[in-house]
Write a protein that binds this ligand. Structure first.
Ligand SMILES: [Zn+2]
Length: 292
């Protein structure tokens, strides 16, 4: 190697090490997957940033801004990180989205074991992955869906027992025990459009759009997400035509803003379908309000 080419290669080494992308490779940053790739001259493979293999010497590494550029090296795709496929985050989100659909399509709340089995994962890993991707346990997600089914049926004027069985409750004891947390009032009053209830509400902003939160003095009655704040208020009026709706309550508004700020996690579940993210977010707000 001539002195001149050595000088050039030293400059190249420094380029990779000083490149901010290299720090993300060192951190095996999964969120960097799909944004760039790197190839390793000594092993003749190219990888995604989060590749679990032993870190290569940056001296032998080249960074690539596109998959096509990585392929153009003529190197092989790494068998461990599958750089040609979707990122691990995208794959995980797809697994969890499928589990969410399974929950939504089930008559009754599916067991953790059956969900894990359908996902081809161990129970404990599935549970952890679900929590990491949605911020909720599978049971929380299932209960959110069940509760929204009950609210939907009651709002449409179905009989209380009908709504109960439709949502997969087998015993009225368990249903009534849970109904206060699901509805913020008795099922009969909910079905009657919130008759004789005072319902305070506040509208805030979240990473998923405008969010309306409404509570009776017994608990949370409604959480709505949408693009248009006025539209959300109209939806609330449609659902509770016989309640006294109270807006502009300072104390309530500041509590709602605080809870949303606390629960908000804009990067959580980015690869999930929007409606699944909405359900998960509403549920997290609902649970946080219940804890107060
Ligand atoms: Zn790799």
């Amino acid at each position: 190697m001539t002195a001149k080419s050595q000088a050039v290669s030293i400059r190249l080494d420094a380029t990779v090490e000083l490149d901010q992308r290299w720090a993300r490779v060192l951190a095996r940053d999964r969120s960097a997957d799909g944004q760039f790739w790197y190839s390793v001259a000594t092993t003749g493979v190219y990888c995604r940033p989060s590749c679990p293999s032993r870190t290569a010497n940056p001296r032998n590494v080249a960074l690539h801004g596109s998959l096509a550029e990585a392929k153009a090296t003529g190197f092989r795709p790494c068998k461990r990180c599958n750089p040609d496929g979707p990122s691990v985050d995208v794959e995980n989100a797809a697994i969890i989205a499928k589990a969410c659909r399974l929950i939504e399509d089930s008559e009754e709340v599916p067991s953790l074991t059956s969900l894990a089995k359908a996902a081809n994962l161990s129970t404990s890993y599935f549970h952890r992955l679900f929590k990491r991707v949605t911020g909720l346990t599978p049971k929380d997600y299932a209960e959110a869906h069940q509760a929204s089914r009950v609210r939907d049926r009651l709002a449409k004027g179905h009989r209380v027992t009908e709504a109960m069985y439709d949502a997969g409750f087998n015993s009225s004891g368990r249903f009534y025990e849970k109904s206060k947390n699901m509805l913020g009032m008795t099922p009969t009053r909910y079905r009657a459009g919130g008759a004789n209830e005072d319902i305070r509400f506040a509208v805030g902003q979240s990473s998923l759009g405008a969010i309306l939160v409404a509570s009776s003095d017994k608990g949370v009655a409604s959480i709505l997400i949408g693009d248009d704040p006025d539209g959300l208020v109209r939806d609330l009026q449609d659902r509770f035509p016989n309640a006294r709706l109270v807006g502009g309550d300072r104390e309530y508004e500041s509590m709602v803003v605080q809870v949303i700020g606390f629960v908000e996690a804009p990067r959580l579940g980015l690869n999930l379908p929007l409606d699944v993210r909405g359900t998960a977010f509403r549920r997290r707000v609902w649970l946080a309000l219940q804890d107060i």
